[in-house]
Design a binder for this molecule. Structure first.
Ligand code: ADP
Ligand code: ADP
Length: 229
């Protein structure tokens, strides 16, 4: 399968600080890639550059052959790329259902009726349908993150980016969120995840990438990466 995400010689500076150093990375359609590495190594910066939440300083990023850059291209890219954040980023003054309905109406131009039907289906899928008329603050962290995943899926993205999706959760809620992500991985969605969950990287990812100081220092199949030297 061809690459759906492609980074070629990508560099990112925050002022004088060189946060990404010549990153080359291709993610194939349907692939699940886990990005591991110490705090501050540039993992979050890397995935935020893919949908241009951060501007990169040099190089090229393509999503499904469209170059990621400000302008009309970015609208296309954002349709194709869903993002799940560490701190959920739900709209606090909208119900769960409204949170998931907004994207399809705005981004996909769906009718409110169709968008609602789709949202309900997705909320069912992530096991949160009973909560759909509640506000995010009434939900546990694990439930909020499942809403975050449903919202990311609502636009029918080709690619899902996860930025430490379980790091803000109480330990007892990590499992329920990982289970949802694992189920998605089995459905052929292309996923790029920053995570500290070694077990998840080992058992669910097709490929594992290690970053250190803005560079990819190791990369391979989990069995290869995690095998004793
Ligand atoms: P990771 O996700 O691996 O923890 P980040 O991508 O968040 O790493 O950050 C990489 C480096 O870039 C860190 O040293 C961080 O302090 C720095 N950095 C991140 N965001 C900014 C910013 N907005 N301004 C300046 N420096 C930043
Ligand atoms: P490790 O040897 O990397 O610690 P474990 O087998 O002990 O791996 O599992 C670590 C974590 O990985 C556990 O928390 C578990 O939830 C998760 N895990 C284990 N097996 C699987 C699997 N088949 N699919 C997804 N996650 C798994």
């Amino acid at each position: 399968p061809r690459a759906i995400i492609s980074l070629e010689g990508v560099n990112k500076y925050y002022g004088d600080f060189h946060a990404l150093k010549n990153i080359d990375l291709k993610v194939r359609e349907g692939e699940v890639v886990a990005i591991l590495g110490p705090s501050g190594s540039g993992k979050s910066t890397l995935i935020r550059c893919i949908n241009h939440l951060e501007a990169y300083s040099a190089g090229d990023i393509y999503v499904d052959s469209v170059r990621v850059q400000p302008g009309p291209e970015l609208i296309e890219v954002r349709k194709d790329v869903g993002m799940v954040f560490q701190s959920f980023n739900l709209f606090p003054n909208m119900t769960v259902l409204e949170n998931v309905t907004l994207g399809p109406i705005r981004v996909r131009g769906m009718s409110p009726g169709d968008a609602q039907a789709r949202a309900k289906e997705l909320l069912e899928k992530v096991g949160i349908a009973e909560q759909m008329y509640k506000y995010p603050s009434a939900l546990s962290g694990g439930q909020q993150q499942r809403v975050g995943i449903a919202r990311a899926l609502a636009n029918e993205p080709r690619v899902l980016l996860f930025d430490e999706p379980t790091s803000a959760l109480d330990p007892e809620m990590v499992g329920e969120v990982l289970d949802v992500i694992k189920t998605l991985a089995g459905t052929g969605v292309t996923m790029l995840l920053v995570t500290h969950e070694m077990g998840f990287a080992r058992h669910v990812a097709d490929r594992v990438i290690f970053m250190e100081a803005g560079q990819i220092v190791e990369e391979g199949a989990p069995e290869q990466i995690f095998s004793a030297p």
